[in-house]
Design a protein around this ligand. Structure first.
Ligand code: NAD
Length: 266
C-alpha cells in the first residue's frame, strides 16, 4: 500500500501531517506522493477538494481519506487525534470503498477549437463575466427555459450541502445518482420567467447552457475558476469517473448534516 499526504498550511495541519508520516514509516507503509493507492488529506473540505483536483487524472487507482483539523467536514471523517487508529485501519485495509458521483463539465467553443473537459466534486457554476447572464437552458434536447440572472449552479449529491445549499438547493443523499440545478439570483417578473426552484435530473440526462448575450463566461469547478472565451455551449452531466473513499467506518449522512447545520437539538 502506498499513501500520499496532502495538508493545508495551518500549523495544526502541518503538525498532524508530520505525525502521520512518522506513524506510517513505523508501520512500514510506503509514502508515495506520485502514484498513491490512498490520498490522506489533512485540513478541511477545501483540502480534500484540492487533493481531488490534484489527483483527478488517477481516480481509478486512488481512494481518498479526509482528516479534519477544524470543524467536522463533509469529506473529512477522521479527527487529528485518531491517527493511530487510522494507521491501524490502513494496515488491515481490504480495499473497501464507497464511491460518489462526479460532475463532468464539457465546454464547446465557437469555430474549430477542441472542446474542454473539467471534473467537479461539489459543483460547477456558470456566470457571465460582469453583468447578467442570459442563457437558454436545455435538458437533453428539450428547450427548458431562458434564464436571466447571476448564474446557474449544477451540483453533485455530495456537493448539495455546499454552494448549492446556499442558493436554495435541497440536500441530496450521496447515494442518489443525480445532478441538481439551482438558480443564482434569477430575474423573475411579468416579462422574464424561469422555474424558480431547484430541479434534479436523472443520471442519464444532461443540462446544456447556451449563453445568448456573451461568449465569455466565468466557470467555477469547486474552488477553481476558469474564464472561458468563445463559448458556444456548456454541457453538464454525471461523469463516467467517480470518487472513491476508503471506508473503514461509517458516519450516518443525516447525522453529519444535522450536526453541521443544526447542532444542538432541544
Ligand atoms: P471555502 O474555504 O470558502 O469553503 C467554504 C465552506 O464550504 C467551508 O466551510 C467548507 O467546509 C464548506 N464545504 C465545502 N464543500 C462542502 C460540501 N460538499 N458540503 C458542505 N460544506 C462544504 O472554499 P474552498 O475550501 O475553496 O471550497 C470550495 C467549495 O466551497 C465550493 O465547492 C463550494 O461548494 C463552497 N462554497 C460555498 C459558498 C457558499 O455557500 N456561499 C461560497 C463559496 C464556496
Amino acid at each position: 500500500m502506498k499513501v500520499a499526504i496532502q495538508n493545508n498550511d495551518k500549523p495544526v495541519s502541518v503538525e498532524v501531517a508530520n505525525k502521520l508520516r512518522h506513524l506510517l514509516e513505523n508501520a512500514d507503509i510506503e509514502i508515495n506522493q506520485i502514484n498513491p493507492d490512498i490520498l490522506i488529506t489533512i485540513g478541511g473540505d477545501g483540502t480534500l477538494l484540492s487533493g481531488f483536483h490534484r489527483y483527478a487524472h488517477q481516480l481509478d487507482a486512488i481512494r481518498f481519506i479526509g482528516v479534519h483539523t477544524g470543524r467536522l467536514g463533509f469529506y473529512t471523517d477522521w479527527r487529528e487525534y485518531e491517527l493511530e487508529s487510522l494507521v491501524e485501519s490502513l494496515k488491515n485495509d481490504d480495499g473497501e470503498s464507497v464511491s460518489y458521483p462526479l460532475l463532468d463539465v464539457t465546454v464547446i467553443y465557437e469555430g474549430d477549437r477542441a472542446e474542454n473537459n473539467f471534473l467537479a466534486l461539489n459543483e460547477s457554476t456558470v456566470q457571465k463575466v460582469g453583468g447578467t447572464l442570459v442563457s437558454d437552458v436545455y435538458i437533453d434536447d428539450v428547450h427548458f427555459e431562458r434564464f436571466r440572472g447571476d448564474g446557474i449552479c449544477v451540483s453533485t449529491p455530495t456537493g448539495s450541502t455546499g454552494y448549492s445549499k446556499s442558493v436554495g438547493g435541497a440536500v441530496l443523499h450521496p447515494r442518489i445518482e443525480a445532478l441538481q440545478m439551482s438558480e443564482i439570483a434569477s430575474i423573475n417578473n411579468r416579462v422574464y420567467r424561469t422555474l424558480s426552484s431547484p430541479l434534479v435530473i436523472a443520471k442519464d440526462e444532461e443540462i446544456i447552457i447556451k449563453a445568448i448575450n456573451s461568449d465569455e463566461l466565468l466557470l467555477t469547478m469547486d474552488h477553481i475558476t476558469s474564464r472561458e472565451s468563445d463559448v458556444k455551449e456548456v454541457h453538464l452531466r454525471i461523469a463516467d469517473e467517480s470518487i472513491r473513499f476508503a471506508r473503514y467506518r461509517h458516519l450516518n449522512f443525516w447525522d453529519r448534516v444535522s450536526e453541521s447545520f443544526i447542532g444542538e437539538k432541544n
